[in-house]
Ligand binder design. Structure first.
Ligand code: SAM
Length: 222
């Protein structure tokens, strides 16, 4: 079974996710408005000249194939996708990086898989504008898209054993113990107690590069 990482509103923050998870993830999905020049697409024909702005970076592998396609999200919204598959000699496996343009909520609905093994969201702000999405992926705040909050939706699609990676951006307080703090112990993740959210127990098992606070890695332990 293929394992999927989903990182909405990723901007150019791609490389660390790939490097950190490429040994266990097969399909990476980065969803970002600016990949497709801030446009919403009504139909596939509407997308003939997409000004793609996918960040350049080098992967420790060989490019095997590239592809362009579309997915259909809720209310028939079209999600343009660019994909590149690499063979990683080091792990003797292939990974596919998928870059979905337009609104990340559409991409979330349109993902061609039900289950998410790693969900990443960081470096963002709950007030939209000036580059921030205002989308509270890890919060119980009701939105037009998800009246009961998006966290429940995200958790309901997570694999048991899977991971949530967050610096606390747009997240419930329990997942944001050091949000906006610049100073914290280098091993802060070791002292963070497990939390239970919507019946899912999450244990803090690691840490990645800090953004608006330490980027904590929470494992869904069931
Ligand atoms: C503050 S930046 C954070 C980028 C990245 N997470 C990081 O840490 O560097 C927020 C990003 O969300 C994108 N964005 C805003 N609204 C969006 C939406 N509805 N769907 C997808 N991306 C969106 C912006 O283009 C921007 O790249």
């Amino acid at each position: 079974m293929k394992r999927t990482l989903f990182y909405p509103c990723s901007g150019r923050d791609i490389f660390e996710s790939v490097r950190s998870w490429m040994h266990i993830i097969d399909d990476f999905w980065f969803a970002e408005m600016s990949f497709s020049g801030w446009r919403e697409f009504k139909s596939a024909e509407d997308m003939t000249e997409i000004p793609w702005r996918i960040p350049n970076f080098r992967l420790p592998g060989n490019l095997v194939s590239e592809n362009e396609t579309t997915l259909t999200g809720e209310n028939d919204r079209i999600v343009p996708v660019r994909s590149a598959t690499y063979h990683l000699k080091q792990f003797n496996k292939s990974i596919t990086l998928n870059f979905a343009g337009g609104c990340a909520v559409n991409a979330f609905h349109a993902l061609p898989v039900d289950r998410i093994a790693v969900f990443v969201n960081r470096g963002d702000h709950r007030v939209s504008g000036e580059g921030s999405s205002g989308i509270c992926w890890l919060s119980d705040e009701g939105t037009t898209y998800f009246p009961e909050g998006m966290l429940q939706q995200v958790l309901s699609r997570m694999d048991v054993g899977g991971f949530i990676v967050t610096d606390g951006s747009n997240a419930v307080e329990a997942l944001a113990p050091y949000w906006r703090q610049r100073e914290f112990p280098a091993d802060v993740h070791l002292s963070i107690a497990p939390v239970t959210l919507h019946g899912v127990q999450l244990r803090c098992v690691g840490m990645l590069r800090p953004k608006y606070g330490p980027t904590l890695v929470w494992q869904n332990v069931g």
